[in-house]
Write a protein that binds this ligand. Structure first.
Ligand code: AVI
Length: 326
């Protein structure tokens, strides 16, 4: 059977892995990074001094969370897409509680938090953290793949504030980013708003260091995708025969992560009945991380039907949190 007809019989990850390893340049879907080991490595990345993304965005929330929540009209339901360890979210929830306390004399469960993720493990962590640190907040985790549908969000009562932070939108190509935001917008009601965190362009050496850190955590994060394919698709990738490789693409305004084959080699992926041949130096493209200019941000959000209401940034303008209205 040819690769193309075999691909028709497969679904989801299997189909994409087969397709990605059979095309040139080779590629793998970015979501495969986030198994338990990959998610733990990503948490380590967020603590690295070189990975300015998390600390810079955190600083913006520390300074402006109250202004953000007030500008969003004091929505009492806060939805977070992609539940992380919720550090920044805690700042928004605290600000929201503050605002409600001032207006409603602090009645219990004024604020509802809905973390949304495909991983129930990630949701469990977010749930535990919010419940133990902010017992006044009602938490209702929602297991959902928001890259496909936002339909359940339109059923939620009352005005909502959606958080899509951490520059996760930067891992989508601009057209796909607009399409995702457009789907999100169609599930919002009048009065709902979106806080979107995006990473901005900055000196290339800063970007390269952020994605190729001195401790090699990002390299391990990148290589972990091969460990996952070995486990889930019975492959025999030898991790020592690949190296982490980071490039800046000026044309696309994005950081690219690749895995470069150190030697000419063949890799067997038994579960897909596939043999993958690599030339020496050939790469698998594993991730794009777009870095925005103000006009890129405007285009991506405008194409999704959103209007930018207000933006907050750090003093270096390295990161922007934008409040969008449908
Ligand atoms: C999740 N995402 C926003 C991260 C980023 O910066 O693009 C993923 C990441 N990849 C390598 N380091 C961090």
């Amino acid at each position: 059977m040819s690769v193309n007809s075999a691909a028709l019989l497969l679904e989801g990850d299997a189909r994409e892995v087969l397709h990605g390893l059979s095309t040139r340049p080779k590629k793998l879907p970015v979501r495969l990074f986030y198994d338990a080991a990959g998610s733990a490595l990503f948490e380590q990345i967020t603590e690295l001094p070189e990975y300015y993304v998390t600390s810079t965005e955190q600083g913006i929330f520390e300074r402006h969370a109250l202004a953000m929540v007030a500008a969003a009209g004091g929505a009492s339901t806060i939805v977070e897409l992609g539940a992380g360890t919720a550090k920044k979210t805690m700042l928004v929830l605290r600000a929201s509680l503050d605002l409600h306390r001032r207006h409603n004399n602090g009645s219990r469960h004024d604020v509802t938090f809905i973390p949304v993720d495909v991983s129930s493990f990630a949701l469990g962590l977010a749930n535990d953290r919010v419940r133990s640190e902010l017992p006044q907040v009602a938490v209702h985790p929602l297991v959902m793949d928001y890259t496909h549908s936002f339909a359940p969000l339109s059923q939620l009562p009352g005005a909502k504030l959606i958080l899509y932070i951490g520059s996760s939108i930067g891992n989508f190509e601009p057209m796909a980013a607009s399409a995702l935001l457009r789907r999100l917008r169609s599930s919002l009601n009048p009065g709902d708003s979106l806080l979107l965190g995006v990473d901005m362009r900055k000196p290339v050496d800063v970007l390269l260091r952020a994605y190729d850190d001195s401790e090699g955590v990002t390299a391990r994060f990148n290589l972990n995708i091969l460990t996952r394919i070995n486990r889930e698709f019975e492959a025999d990738f030898d991790l020592s025969a690949f190296e982490h490789c980071v490039r800046w693409s000026e044309r696309h305004s994005r950081i690219e992560m690749h895995l470069r084959s150190r030697v000419a080699q063949s890799v067997r992926v038994a579960a897909l009945d596939l043999t993958v041949d690599f030339d020496e130096g050939e790469t698998i493209h594993t991730e794009n991380s777009y870095k925005f200019t103000p006009s890129m941000l405007e285009a991506v959000t405008f194409n999704a039907g959103f209007a930018i209401e207000q933006s907050w940034s750090d003093e270096r303008n390295w990161f922007t949190v934008t409040l969008l209205r449908a």
